[in-house]
Design a binder for this molecule. Structure first.
Ligand SMILES: Cc1ncc(COP(=O)(O)O)c(C=O)c1O
Length: 372
């Protein structure tokens, strides 16, 4: 199977451990095993645990706890995966065939575009409109989701805009997917990372066409254990499990055990609270920094998530700017072109204050040179 380069992930995996300041991240600074131990993870007991295979679709204990997040879901409707990215991938592998149409909101995390195209699908995009507070362009949406559109992929809260769909928009999207017989795949890995907005409402329960993916990487702040999941109708989840058997078999035992602690309700809320506090602390710093360019750097502040999407006023490709920032300042940022929105830069807001300030200062050096 041939697949196009996933530009953003490739750029990150090439440079993120080489540059001095990785400002291309998208979660908050991660938790440690020590912090998880304080939440109830029994590290000492795990030391004597034989490192065998774990239950390939997730232990019953973990799936029960995840199912409790989604009212009405049972353990057979949950598949535990290696990250949210594997969850999305399994859905694509099991549901998309050559010739299918797949709809996708842009800007976005562009995984589904590459995967769906590699499976021979046509990908139709609809925009979140900058000029309308990131409201979907409904004309484009209706052209993208038509009878026979196999799957719609969206992220809510959205990467990279940090916007959250209104209840009306969610209902409109869900009811159209019901009418067209389209799977509505809602990637909710940023749910819980709200900054000012109330807790994001899940698509779960809005329609029997809804599939939710999520994981520990963003709102929970635990990307390193690589745990994600699918919540969906039992038959679809079964199809995903069948793909999982071929791909990675399943997640590892230590990660499953850590995840059991993290998703437990009280700990989940603790993780979300920590994330919100980090972001509320950092947002004013980014706001002040962005205001220092005489109006040539503009943004709609994120309602949720650890990234700022900034529109710059210069006729230069975003990749060129990102490359200058990397080469001249040893700092990595994501060019808008890698998330489906040229003319913008995606900047991480989830680090410690000194790191954030120095990362922004370095990016600022290049922007000043650009605007002069
Ligand atoms: C919307 C979205 N989904 C999935 C992922 C990948 O998540 P994971 O690390 O859980 O595989 C990302 C990573 O940036 C993302 O932004």
């Amino acid at each position: 199977m041939r697949i196009e380069t996933f530009e953003m992930e490739r750029m990150q995996s090439t440079w993120e451990n080489i540059v001095d300041y990785d400002m291309s991240e998208s979660g908050v600074r991660p938790l440690t095993l020590g912090e998880l131990t304080a939440m109830g993870f029994d590290l000492a007991a795990f030391l004597d645990e034989p490192l065998g295979y774990s239950q390939s679709n997730g232990t019953i204990e973990l799936r029960e706890r995840i199912a409790a997040i989604y009212p009405g879901a049972g353990v057979d409707g949950i598949e535990v995966t290696n990250g949210t990215s594997e969850a999305n991938y399994l859905i694509a592998l099991s549901q998309i065939q050559a010739g299918d149409a797949v709809a996708m909101q842009v800007p976005n995390y562009m995984q589904m575009r590459g995967v769906a195209r590699s499976l021979g699908a046509e990908v139709r995009t609809f925009r979140l409109r900058t000029e309308a507070g990131w409201e979907p362009d409904w004309d484009e949406f209706e052209r993208a989701v038509t009878a026979g559109t196999r799957l719609l992929y969206l992220s809510n809260p959205n990467n990279p805009t940090g916007s959250v769909l209104s209840d009306d928009a969610m209902r409109r999207i869900a009811s159209r997917c019901e009418r067209t017989g389209t799977w509505l795949l809602s990637d909710e890995v940023y749910l819980g990372a709200e900054i000012s907005a109330p807790r994001t409402r899940s698509f779960w329960g809005l329609s029997d066409r809804v599939i939710v993916t999520s994981g520990l990487s963003k709102a929970y702040g635990i990307p390193g254990v690589r745990i994600g999941w699918i919540a969906g109708p039992g038959t679809l989840v079964g199809d995903c499990w069948a793909q999982h058997d071929y791909l990675t078999i399943g997640p590892n035992k230590l990660s499953d055990r850590v995840a059991q602690v993290a998703v437990e309700q009280q700990n989940r809320e603790r993780c979300y609270t920590r994330t919100g506090e980090i972001l509320r602390h950092n947002l004013p710093i980014a706001r002040e920094w962005a205001s220092g360019f005489g109006g040539r750097l503009r943004w709609t502040e994120p309602a949720a998530g650890a990234i700022g999407l900034m529109k710059y006023d210069a006729d230069v490709p975003s990749l060129t700017i990102a490359e200058r920032v990397r080469v001249n300042q040893s700092t990595l940022i994501v060019p808008g072109s890698h998330v489906g929105i040229e003319g913008h830069l995606r900047i991480w807001l989830g680090g410690k204050e000194p790191f954030l300030r120095e990362g922004l200062r370095r990016i600022g050096e290049e922007l000043k040179a650009l605007f002069d």
